[in-house]
Design a protein around this ligand. Structure first.
Ligand code: 4NP
Length: 161
């Protein structure tokens, strides 16, 4: 599972930390590889934005080990699911997706469990906004991460039958 946004310091690291925590709680860390990356190179090697990690810490998610990196061609070999936060992320991924990629490139909120979140379609970029943009990101991410994990678990169960 690779989560992708623009800077890899706000939205995709949030998805990375939340989804990783849910995967660990369900004892699936050995079966699901979780990572995140960005399509822009401004923050390479940087830890997540302080506003992002502060909000996440309030809800019990640790992102202190995460560092920004770019999406790379080999990500398409390694990940069956590459999840974008908004339409720009998806277009950028489509531009670099190898023609023979057989995995899934999807919008994160298409996995939302709450219809109002699914209708919102995109996780809005919080970088230039106020504090409540960051808690909105977490609200949207927690809901979509739970739905995505249920989807993956159902797929793993089908595969093992
Ligand atoms: P992210 O947010 O894509 O959620 O990590 C952003 C972080 C930095 C910038 C843009 C978006 N930036 O332009 O530096």
């Amino acid at each position: 599972m690779l989560f992708v946004c623009l800077g890899n310091i706000c939205r995709s690291p949030t998805a990375h930390a939340v989804f990783r925590s849910m995967v660990e709680s369900r004892g699936l860390s050995g079966q699901i590889l979780v990572d995140s990356a960005g399509t822009g190179d401004w923050h390479l090697g940087h830890a997540p934005d302080r506003r992002t990690s502060a909000q996440a810490a309030e809800r019990g998610y640790d992102m202190s080990d995460l560092r920004a990196r770019l999406v790379e061609p080999k990500d398409f070999e390694q990940f069956d699911y590459i999840i974008g936060m908004d339409h720009e992320n998806i277009s950028n991924l489509m531009l670099i997706r190898p023609a023979d990629y057989t995995g899934h490139v999807e919008l994160f909120l298409s996995f939302s469990q709450k219809p109002e979140n699914r209708d919102q379609t995109v996780v809005p970029d919080p970088y230039y906004g106020g504090e409540n943009g960051f808690s909105l990101v977490l609200d949207l991410v927690e809901d979509a991460a739970a739905g995505l994990l249920n989807h993956i678990v159902a797929e793993l169960e089908r595969g093992s039958q």
